[in-house]
Ligand binder design. Structure first.
Ligand SMILES: [Zn+2]
Length: 462
C-alpha cells in the first residue's frame, strides 16, 4: 500500500499525492523566538524531521521551509525588558535553535524565512486583500481581515463562525466589523518597531507572516503544511482564509499535519504552569538520542507524556539498539546472508508502518526485532542484520554508530567542541558528576576526551 497521510482538513487518512510528482513542498510553522526552546518545540521539530527523512528515503525530493516569527508582541515586550533591539534579541534565539537542532540530529531546512525580511510581500498581500474586499482599515489604523468575506472560514477546525464566536467569548471590539476578524497590519505604537505602509507605519500580524513566507518560498501552494496541534485555530485557519482569498491556486495546502502537544504529568507543558523542560537540558544530559526514541514510540497524533521514568526507559532502549551494532564491522559491504529474507521482511514491516501515516511506534519495534536478530546471529548474518538496523534507524534519525557520525566529521566537530566547552564550564562550577557524564556519553559515541594542563582535546576512538 502506498503512503497514506492523515489530513486535519478532512479528518481522515488520504493517499499521498503531491503537486509535482516526486517532489514534496513542506512548510512547518516554526517558533516565535523570544525564549529558550522547550522539549515541546523539540518534539515538533523531531516529528517533522522524521516525516521528511522518510519521504526522502522513499524517493521524494523534499523542499522544507521552516519560518522564524521574529516580529511579535512577545518579542517586543521581552526585548524591551532587556533594553535590547527586538530583532537583535530574536537573532540570539535563532542561533540557539540552530545549535540545538544540530544536537538533536534534525536535518536543516533548505529555507528559514524570517518575518522581518518578508515585509514587502506582506504589504502586497494585504493590499490585494483590501482591493478585493477581504480586508478593511479601521479607525484605529489597524487593517483587519473580514472573516465573513471568506466562505470556507472554519473548515480546518471544523467549526462555523457561530460556534467559534460562542467558544471564544470574544468581547465586542468597535474597531472590528465581525468579532472574529483578525489583524493583518497593526498600526504602530510609540517605541515599537515599525515599517512604513500605505496604511501608515506599523507591523504585520502573525498569520499574514506565514501566508506570505509559505507562498513566496514554496510557490503559492504546498503539499504539506504542518505544526503543533495548537496552531489549527486560529493560526492555520487564518492562514487559509488569507491565502485562499488572495492566491489563484487552491487549496493553499494539500495536507494539513499537526502533532499532538507534549504533556507533562497530565498537564500541557507551559510557562505559566512552570513545568517546562528545556531542550538544552535534554542535550546536556546526553539524551538527544533517547529523547528522539521516546518521541518516536508514541504516534505523532497522540499526546506523549514526558516523565523521568519514560526518559529512563528510552535510555535503556536506545542503549540496546546501540549495543547491537557496537562491534559492527564493515557494514557498507555486508554480504548477502542466509537471513536475507528475514531482513527483507523486517524492512517491509517498517515500510508498511511508516506508510500508514508515519506509524513510528511500529517502525521502532522493527528496529528492536533487528537488534535481537543481530544479537542472535554471527558472521555475515550478524553484519547484514546490523547493516539493516543502522540503515532503518537512520531513516528515523537515530544515529546508532560512531562511524555513522564519523562519515560527517566536519558536521560533528563543532558540536563536540561545544560539549567540551560546556563540560569545562560545569567543572569550573564544581558540577563534576554532570561533567563526567558528558565525557562518558561521548566515549559511548566513540569520542575520546583527553584532559591536559592546556584544556581538553578529543579524537575518534580507533
Ligand atoms: Zn505559521
Amino acid at each position: 500500500m502506498a503512503l497514506q497521510v492523515y489530513n486535519t482538513m478532512t479528518r481522515q487518512k488520504e493517499p499521498f499525492e503531491t503537486i509535482d510528482p516526486g517532489k514534496v513542498r513542506m512548510y512547518v510553522c516554526g517558533v516565535t523566538v523570544y525564549d529558550d526552546s522547550h522539549i515541546g518545540h523539540a518534539l515538533m521539530a523531531i516529528t517533522f524531521d522524521v516525516i521528511r527523512r522518510y519521504l526522502e528515503w522513499s524517493g521524494y525530493a523534499v523542499l522544507h521551509a521552516q519560518n522564524f516569527t521574529d516580529v511579535d508582541d512577545k518579542i517586543i515586550n521581552r526585548a524591551a525588558q532587556y533594553g535590547m533591539d527586538p530583532l537583535e534579541f530574536s537573532t540570539g534565539y535563532i542561533e540557539k535553535w540552530h545549535e540545538e537542532s544540530t544536537a538533536l540530529n534534525i536535518l536543516p531546512a533548505q529555507v528559514y524565512p524570517r518575518a522581518s525580511e518578508e515585509i514587502t510581500g506582506m504589504l502586497e498581500m494585504i493590499g490585494g486583500l483590501i482591493e478585493d474586499g477581504h480586508a478593511y482599515q479601521s479607525d484605529n489604523g489597524d487593517v483587519n481581515f473580514d472573516v465573513t468575506s471568506f466562505e470556507g472560514y472554519g473548515k480546518l477546525s471544523h467549526r462555523n463562525l457561530d460556534d467559534l464566536l460562542a467558544g471564544a467569548r470574544v468581547a465586542v471590539d468597535p474597531t472590528k466589523r465581525h468579532p472574529m476578524d483578525f489583524v493583518l497590519w497593526k498600526a504602530a505604537k510609540p517605541g515599537e518597531p515599525a515599517w512604513s505602509s500605505p496604511w501608515g507605519p506599523g507591523r504585520p500580524g502573525w498569520h499574514i507572516e506565514c501566508s506570505v513566507m509559505a507562498s513566496r518560498h514554496l510557490g503559492g501552494q504546498m503539499d504539506i503544511h504542518g505544526g503543533g496541534a495548537d496552531l489549527v485555530f486560529p493560526h492555520h485557519e487564518n492562514e487559509i482564509a488569507q491565502s485562499e482569498s488572495f492566491e489563484e491556486s487552491k487549496p493553499f495546502a494539500r495536507y494539513w499535519m499537526h502533532n499532538a502537544l507534549l504533556q507533562f504529568r497530565g498537564d500541557k507543558m507551559s510557562k505559566s504552569i512552570g513545568n517546562l523542560v528545556s531542550t538544552r537540558e535534554i542535550i546536556e544530559n546526553g539524551d538527544a538520542g533517547p529523547f528522539r526514541l521516546m518521541v518516536l514510540q508514541t504516534h505523532y497524533r497522540h499526546p506523549l507524556t514526558y516523565t523521568d521514568e519514560g526518559i529512563e526507559s528510552a535510555r535503556r532502549g536506545y542503549e540496546r539498539l546501540v549495543n547491537a551494532v557496537r562491534d559492527a564491522g564493515d557494514l557498507a559491504n555486508a554480504q548477502p546472508a542466509s537471513i536475507a529474507s528475514d531482513l527483507d521482511a523486517a524492512e517491509a514491516r517498517f515500510r508498511t508502518a511508516m506508510d500508514d501515516d508515519f506509524n513510528a511506534p511500529v517502525a521502532v519495534s522493527v528496529l528492536f526485532d533487528l537488534a535481537r536478530l543481530a544479537n542472535q546471529s554471527d558472521g555475515d548474518d550478524r553484519t547484514a542484520a546490523q547493516a539493516k538496523l543502522v540503515e532503518l534507524a537512520g531513516v528515523l534519525g537515530l544515529p546508532l554508530q560512531a562511524s555513522a557520525t564519523r562519515a560527517g566529521d566536519s558536521d560533528a566537530g563543532p558540536f563536540i567542541e561545544l560539549l567540551l566547552e560546556l563540560r569545562q564550564e560545569l567543572r569550573a562550577d564544581k558540577q563534576y558528576a554532570l561533567a563526567d557524564s558528558i565525557r562518558d556519553r561521548l566515549t559511548g559515541l566513540g569520542v575520546i576526551v583527553e584532559d591536559s594542563a592546556d584544556g581538553s582535546s578529543w579524537h575518534w576512538s580507533s
